[in-house]
Design a protein around this ligand. Structure first.
Ligand code: PAF
Length: 281
């Protein structure tokens, strides 16, 4: 028996007893990164919904949408091996976009302006539109997103606040190969040789952590570009250092703020992104 006196404690007790729904939104082509989000969602909720929907409005390049891996049958086998209790939500375009496939316009300020926002016009409006559509349909208590798309994660946090949805947004650590390449659905279209080389993106970001007190951001950027563009077929789209709160790239670091390194790199036609917390060792 629980005897509760305060309204806060009552709410907490009720929340603990209520069935909790966790949502893991994905675009399929599932890998260990997705599976780690789903495992965490299973451990924290009574019901877990995994959505699989390749969202057309978030692709700024048509070619990228056409090439995006579509692996529903093998995704379902993977999910079944994880748990037989999952709810897999595979909505049609008409379900998520009853008014036609167009993005809404949001204002996320500086969070959406730089890095991915600058390189992929319209991308975050597309992501926010589909995530809002999923949130309103699934009505989850918790929703899980990978930190690889750190800018996306912060935008979803802002969306949740703007729309007053009250969902607990949970950012989960990046899963990597043994060499350090961040797991991504796009990796499936890289050759083994390209994957090996692409691990240098993370390895180079790690080297930069040691330079935090001695190098300027410009020196870091120069080092990163030189190292990565020495690899045949690799082109750096951007390298940036930004505070996690506003995601505005900086040239000098303030002592009291938390920063991350952000990078986007083309490997041939495939664009990879990575990010790493900039912490003093
Ligand atoms: O990160 C992704 O896979 C997508 O951007 C998301 C959140 C599922 C929205 O389509």
């Amino acid at each position: 028996m629980q005897i509760i006196k305060t309204a806060e404690a009552l709410l907490t007790a009720l929340a603990q007893r209520k069935a909790s729904v966790g949502l893991v939104p994905t675009m399929g082509a599932l890998h260990q990164g997705h599976l780690s989000l789903i495992k965490r969602a299973i451990s924290e909720n009574t019901t877990v919904v995994v959505s699989i929907y390749i969202n057309p409005t978030q692709f700024d390049r048509k070619e990228d949408l056409t090439k995006y891996p579509r692996t529903l049958a093998s995704d379902l086998v993977l999910l079944e091996s994880l748990s037989k209790d999952l709810i897999i939500y595979t909505p049609s375009d008409e379900t998520l976009y009853p008014q036609g496939i167009v993005s809404k316009n949001y204002d996320f300020g500086s969070l959406a302006t730089h890095m991915e926002g600058a390189s992929r016009p319209g991308h975050f409006n597309g992501v926010a539109t589909v995530v809002e559509a999923l949130f309103t349909r699934v009505k989850p208590h918790k929703a899980y997103f990978g930190e690889k798309d750190f800018q996306q994660l912060q935008i979803i946090n802002a969306l949740n606040l703007q729309l007053n949805m009250g969902i607990e947004i949970i950012g989960c650590p990046i899963e990597r190969t043994a060499e350090g390449l961040a797991l991504s659905s796009r990796n499936t279209v890289l050759s083994e040789e390209q994957k090996k080389k692409a691990a240098q993106i993370y390895q180079t970001l790690c080297l930069l952590i040691d330079t935090i007190d001695t190098w300027s951001v410009n020196q870091m950027e120069h080092f990163f570009k030189t190292k990565i563009e020495a690899l045949a077929g690799f082109k750096v789209d951007y390298f940036a250092v930004a505070a996690v709160t506003d995601l505005v790239p900086v040239k000098t670091l303030e002592p009291d703020l938390n920063y991350r390194l952000f990078a986007a790199v083309f490997v041939g036609n495939i664009r990879l992104i990575d990010t790493l917390e900039l912490v003093r060792k």
